[in-house]
Design a protein around this ligand. Structure first.
Ligand SMILES: Cc1cc2nc3c(=O)[nH]c(=O)nc-3n(C[C@H](O)[C@H](O)[C@H](O)COP(=O)(O)OP(=O)(O)OC[C@H]3O[C@@H](n4cnc5c(N)ncnc54)[C@H](O)[C@@H]3O)c2cc1C
Length: 382
């Protein structure tokens, strides 16, 4: 499979990231996380997709997803890679003003700054058309004033700013249209409360309150009238990167299970010789490989500038990877028997973590809805 779709350059990047990832022990604290992030950035991995003119690697989402997959396969899936370089970096690189590019892209690429992304709202959830975070313009100063609430936003505490999806009123129709704003972490009125998650990841999720957050005119990213288009440009990389997150985690769990199944002997042969153990692991491997193929297709379409084709492929890749990840982790835990639930082997915690790829950034059901309506032309129930 790899020979068909992966160039020599990609193979050597994959080998280099895998070798780098192996030298970093499992992340156990925010401090470890920061160290790994900065070491990866120093090697050009974090900003590999960002334009060379702004300190990035000049490559694409294909390369960035490869990096995240390999870090995850070594046990360290850097969740914020989905957000900081993939969504925020992409949106700023494609639609930001020259000043925004100069201010944000070099530090996002070299790992000295991070950006979070907030779209989810408590009363909108999967229905992002219902978001109510509103931006109004102060006619006297030209400032933007943002009001609203967000939920489940990852890494706001470690990010220097959050790219917030809000709405502004269309002067002609009075309808609210989506717009993107860069909100600095310590902006007055920008509150955050950590959500008590059942995840043992080092990145935390936050509920955010925007209480008349006043931002300068240049906090708006791109064109006020093309917010939706710009948003989708960032969401396709997000789906591809979530696929990479899931595939990496699935490969990590599978690797642990294989090592165990080759050694552990309770009858005459190692447990891996029993087909009840071997076949589900083989299926998990096949599912992960298939998901990776779809992810590579989506990344390729996106990097080739086909936003529409990439949309469908990225959704399918995220779906396939989320399912493959959940199944691989489930089977890996089961393969270890009681040890699957010990802290020593570290697989039990992945039962919760693997669900992230099924729920976020768009749930399994919403992708099935998308494919039912957009691809298959079936009618909508909602
Ligand atoms: C670990 C983690 C990190 C996250 N990080 C971020 C982040 O950084 N930024 C951010 O903005 N958000 C983030 N999210 C939020 C995430 O994107 C949302 O949780 C996700 O979009 C689902 O929204 P919801 O939780 O409101 O679920 P809901 O929309 O309430 O859905 C609940 C259930 O109903 C189903 N459902 C809803 N509508 C339909 C329908 N029409 N047909 C069939 N089924 C339906 C869903 O599939 C789901 O199973 C994160 C979430 C998690 C868990």
């Amino acid at each position: 499979m790899s020979a068909l779709v992966e160039s020599e350059e990609h193979k050597s990047l994959r080998a280099a990231v895998a070798a780098f990832a192996r030298t970093h022990p499992h992340i156990a604290s925010p401090e470890d996380n920061r160290r790994l992030w900065q070491a990866a950035a120093k090697l050009g991995y974090i900003g590999v997709n960002l334009p060379e003119a702004y300190g990035g690697g000049g490559a694409g989402i294909t390369e960035l997803s490869l990096v995240l997959e390999e870090l995850g396969a070594a046990g360290n899936p850097l969740l914020m890679m989905i957000v900081s370089p993939a969504i925020c970096g992409t949106v700023i690189a494609r639609f930001g003003t020259e000043e925004q590019k100069r201010e944000w892209l070099p530090p996002l690429a070299d790992g000295t700054r991070l950006m979070a992304f907030g779209i989810t709202e408590p009363d909108a959830g999967s229905n992002s058309h219902r978001i109510t975070t509103t931006a109004r313009r102060d006619a006297a100063t030209g400032d933007w004033v943002l009001t609203g609430r967000k939920v489940f936003v990852s890494g706001v505490d470690i990010a220097d700013a959050t790219l917030i999806v809000g709405r502004t009123e269309d002067a002609r129709t009075g309808r609210l249209k989506p717009c993107l704003f860069i909100v600095p972490r310590d902006a007055p009125g920008f509150g955050r409360r950590p959500i008590d998650m059942e995840l043992s990841a080092v990145e935390r999720q936050f509920e955010l309150t925007l209480d008349d957050v006043r931002l300068p005119a240049d906090a708006l990213v791109g064109d006020e009238d093309a917010g939706l288009l710009q948003l989708f440009a960032g969401l396709n990389p997000e789906r591809v990167m979530t696929a990479a997150f899931g595939i990496g985690m699935g490969r990590y769990a599978l690797g642990k299970a294989l090592a165990y199944a080759r050694e552990r002997t309770v009858w005459k042969t190692p447990i891996g010789a029993h087909q009840a153990i071997a076949h589900p692991l083989a299926q998990a491997h096949i599912d992960l490989e298939l998901a990776r193929l779809m992810m590579q297709k989506a990344a390729h379409l996106y990097d080739a500038g086909d936003d529409v084709g990439a949309g469908e492929a990225a959704n399918m890749a995220k779906y396939a990877a989320g399912e493959a990840c959940v199944k691989a982790v489930d089977q890996a835990v089961h393969t270890l028997g009681g040890n699957g639930l010990t802290r020593e082997y570290g697989l039990g915690r992945l039962i919760t973590a693997s669900r992230v790829a099924r729920i976020a950034p768009v749930s399994r059901e919403m992708i099935l809805n998308y494919v039912s309506h957009q691809t298959l032309g079936l009618p909508k129930s909602y």
